[in-house]
Unconditional design. Structure first.
Length: 289
């Protein structure tokens, strides 16, 4: 079994069996993203994917979690995914959950009945990139969807019985749109009420169009104090009872972890302490994706 290209997966899938149901990302045009650039999107033939699972079954005695890669496995037709999930259930009866990334487009083209069927066959959670709740920010980074479409996709996942994990990116609107980005992202998350919220912070490592804009002075990359102030606005405006909130990725300047809305004030207090100089920001040398 050979994995094509670089491996990208959510942090919580570190110990999962990762098998490519698709190659690359179906959109792959976001200006901030350097993932999947060496790949052209395609859906793998079922026989190829099943063969990978057969090899994994021969290799591993117990597989409790499976992540369907790459960036948008849900772009497969519902019947294609259903056959794959049934195969996984037969081959790995001990498997406790199957997850995948899902783009708003790949979710919205499916019916509620199809999504419920996929959940019944074992698809337990979908990872969805919101990035921002601001339509202007989404337009500028060429996300390809509006906030309303992303919200509706997230709600469809939850209504189908699946868990939803949503990511947003601090600093994506720069200082010009910082408050709008924070407030509207909080609104979007509140409307979806996902089980998990992951807040990353924008940084540049490999070349992207947005990185080029920054290098040429067309985009301002916010500093730790500005990011903390923006994140504070987001948390002050969010109402997503029961959502597990994490901003403890290596890209974040200040680690935050809690459950909304219970721990919101404690996380806000930590951000205020950072703004007052009482909590150290993570050094740039230790920030990475």
């Amino acid at each position: 079994m050979e994995y094509e290209g670089r491996v990208f997966r959510p942090p919580s899938e570190a110990y999962s069996l990762i098998v490519q149901a698709t190659i690359g990302c179906s959109h792959n045009q976001c200006t901030f993203c350097d993932m999947y650039k060496e790949k052209r999107f395609r859906i793998r033939r079922l026989e190829e994917v099943k063969s990978d699972f057969d090899l994994a079954r021969a290799q591993y005695r117990r597989v409790e979690r499976i992540f369907l890669a790459d960036g948008d496995a849900l772009m497969c037709r519902a019947d294609h995914l259903a056959e794959l999930l049934q195969y996984i259930r037969t081959l790995f009866p001990e498997c406790e959950r199957v997850t995948s990334y899902g783009s708003p487009k790949s979710i919205l083209v499916k019916t509620p009945e199809e999504l419920r069927m996929l959940h019944e066959l074992g698809l337990e959670m979908v990872y969805l990139g919101l990035e921002s709740g601001s339509d202007e920010v989404l337009r500028r980074v060429n996300k390809g969807e509006t906030a309303a479409e992303i919200i509706r996709a997230g709600q469809m996942v939850r209504n189908a019985g699946m868990k939803l994990s949503v990511t947003a990116i601090a600093g994506l609107g720069s200082t010009e749109l910082s408050e709008e980005h924070a407030v509207q992202t909080a609104r979007a998350l509140s409307e979806m009420r996902p089980e998990y919220i992951g807040l990353l912070t924008l940084l540049f490592e490999l070349p992207t169009p947005l990185m080029q804009d920054w290098q040429e002075g067309r985009f301002y990359l916010m500093n730790p104090v500005e990011i903390a102030a923006e994140t504070l606005i987001l948390l002050e405006n969010i109402d997503s009872e029961g959502s597990v909130f994490r901003a403890n990725h290596a890209s974040n300047y200040v680690n935050l972890a809690g459950t909304l809305n219970r721990d919101r004030e404690a996380m806000c207090a930590r951000l205020r302490a950072a703004l007052d100089g009482k909590v150290h920001f993570r050094s740039e040398a230790f920030r990475a994706r």
